[in-house]
Design a protein. Structure first.
Length: 272
């Protein structure tokens, strides 16, 4: 049984005795207790009629939400300058997930809007043309490491086709980490803007953006929280916990870092 199936709506953990708060376009409700014979019915008290502005996603101001999301993700995601195993995935920078080809080649390629596959004809051409440089041969001169070069990004920009190829042989420098974070944030923003069909406030959008940032388009699209929210039910933060587990040898298990991340998102989603 999945972890989410053990929870009552309003809980993040099965031991929670006070339901999560929730906010609608009309009012804010604070959780009081669980009632009923099996204590599975959340009781709420409306505490505010004035709530933050709700907008349909096509009216959300990107710069405001992206700035908030950047800070939230920096707080709740570790940063790594080399490819690092986190759970069952390999990441670099701030939560950027690497594909198998990127790991084996220690290379990344991207333009202003998306990651590019290394076998894309234009990308492959640039890699072949600059292979020694991208592999870090310029880092050593006469048998001595050139530390000035080692502390800079190893990258090639294709001006004609407007994309970058970055090498990871000397790690991810701040420039690359910031580029990847900006790209991943924009991709996640677009996912949320496309999939959420009801008005949300900035905190709700930011929490959803963080989730999309972590799980990607396909999982976000079919998630319980998207289905619940799009039905008009704002009492849905429990469903962040659908993605608190990682695969183990024979089953799924709750991951501490994913549990903490989902809890932070749920708490942001329910706050005003």
């Amino acid at each position: 049984m999945a972890y989410i199936d053990d929870l009552v709506i309003g809980q993040l953990d099965s031991s929670d005795t006070v339901p999560l708060n929730y906010c609608t376009p009309d009012a804010y409700f604070e959780g009081q207790y669980f009632e009923g014979n099996d204590y599975k019915i959340a009781s709420y008290k409306k505490t505010r009629d004035t709530v933050p502005v709700f907008n349909y996603t096509n009216n959300i101001i990107p710069n405001i939400v992206l700035k908030k999301a950047r800070q939230f993700i920096k707080t709740n995601y570790p940063s790594s300058i080399v490819p690092t195993q986190v759970g069952n995935e390999t990441v670099i920078g701030i939560g950027h997930k690497l594909q198998e080809a990127e790991i084996s080649n220690m290379l990344l390629a991207f333009n202003d809007s998306t990651m590019l596959k290394l076998d894309h004809p234009d990308v492959a051409k640039i890699i072949r043309k600059n292979h020694p440089f991208l592999k870090g041969t310029m880092l050593i001169r006469n048998g001595v490491i050139d530390y000035a070069r080692a502390n800079r990004s190893i990258a090639v920009y294709d001006e004609q086709n407007n994309f970058y190829v970055y090498s990871l042989v000397n790690g991810a420098r701040p420039e690359l980490i910031n580029r990847l974070l900006s790209l991943d944030l924009q991709i996640a923003f677009n996912i949320v803007a496309d999939k959420i069909k009801v008005p949300v406030n900035n905190n709700q959008f930011t929490a959803l953006l963080s989730l999309a940032f972590d799980i990607g388009n396909e999982k976000f699209t079919t998630s319980k929280i998207v289905k619940c929210l799009n039905s008009g039910d704002y009492q849905c933060a429990t469903y962040f916990m659908e993605f608190a587990e990682i695969p183990l040898k024979a089953s799924m298990g709750v991951s501490t870092f994913l549990f903490n991340r989902r809890s932070a998102e749920a708490n942001l989603f329910t706050s005003i």
